[in-house]
Ligand binder design. Structure first.
Ligand SMILES: NC(=O)c1ccc[n+]([C@@H]2O[C@H](COP(=O)([O-])OP(=O)(O)OC[C@H]3O[C@@H](n4cnc5c(N)ncnc54)[C@H](OP(=O)(O)O)[C@@H]3O)[C@@H](O)[C@H]2O)c1
Length: 210
């Protein structure tokens, strides 16, 4: 598959590392595609580099690995994504007096908002439920970690499920895009354990069979 990764920070870099040598054509979409950090990531993963809109054009899957607050403008700048499969890894997190938390929930979700920005695309919410280190190398864990997907298009989830399997995840369908309302607070459970309760970052949820 041709996979465009928009945003080359912790998550974008980890997804590129995790998909290295898995038979995909990877394109890193970055504001400074010739910069030393992006070039080093490209050299390490075999990816090519491009400006975000150029990376998205022609991709089978467009992975959005952007800060939530920058996402709407950055997504608008990608151009027409009609018919494309778009993976939303983003947790709509903001800071408040009580610490960090979700900015939306209960009656909508980040996934639904992204689908609203891209009505012609097939948005799949996933890869928001563990830290980036796990996405780069799931083999460090004792079990295959579970990764839920929420999206309206069955074919899009099948394609994204293949990508998740290539990353070493046990991909499970959570239902339509409204189920992002479940997956985003679920991502916060990982964040709470990892960052606030001292569990650290090298663990994930697993769906363990009987
Ligand atoms: N970190 C985690 O472990 C983790 C796990 C699960 C989900 N998430 C979610 O994944 C998303 C990304 O997190 P992250 O930790 O990877 O963030 P990050 O390290 O800060 O990386 C964000 C990337 O987005 C790019 N970017 C920012 N504004 C942009 C714009 N207007 N146009 C194009 N690119 C832009 C940045 O580019 P520059 O390098 O040019 O600034 C950077 O490459 C967040 O929504 C987060 O909630 C994070």
């Amino acid at each position: 598959m041709r996979i465009a990764i928009i945003g080359t920070g912790n998550v974008g870099g980890a997804v590129a590392r995790g998909l290295k040598s898995k038979g995909h054509y990877l394109v890193l979409g970055a504001r400074d595609p010739a910069g030393s950090r992006v070039s080093a990531l490209a050299a390490a993963t075999g990816a090519s580099t491009a400006l975000p809109a150029d990376a998205a054009r022609g991709a089978d899957i467009v992975v959005l690995a952007l800060p939530w607050d920058a996402a709407e403008a950055a997504v608008a700048a990608l151009g027409d994504l009609t018919g494309k499969v778009v993976v939303d890894c983003m947790n709509p997190i903001g800071r408040s007096a009580g610490g960090i938390g979700l900015k939306v929930g209960h009656s909508t979700s980040g996934g639904e908002i992204v689908q609203g920005w891209l009505p012609g695309a097939h948005v799949v919410k996933t890869l928001n439920q563990v830290g980036a280190e796990i996405m780069a190398d799931t083999s460090l864990l004792a079990h295959a970690p579970v990764m839920f997907m929420a999206g309206n298009d069955v074919g899009a989830k099948a394609l994204v499920g293949q990508m998740l399997a290539d990353l070493g995840f046990d991909a499970l369908d959570a239902g339509d895009i409204t189920k992002a309302r479940l997956l985003e607070p679920f991502g916060m459970v990982w964040i709470n354990q990892a960052l606030m309760r001292g569990k650290g970052r090298m663990w994930a949820f697993a769906a363990v069979p009987a």
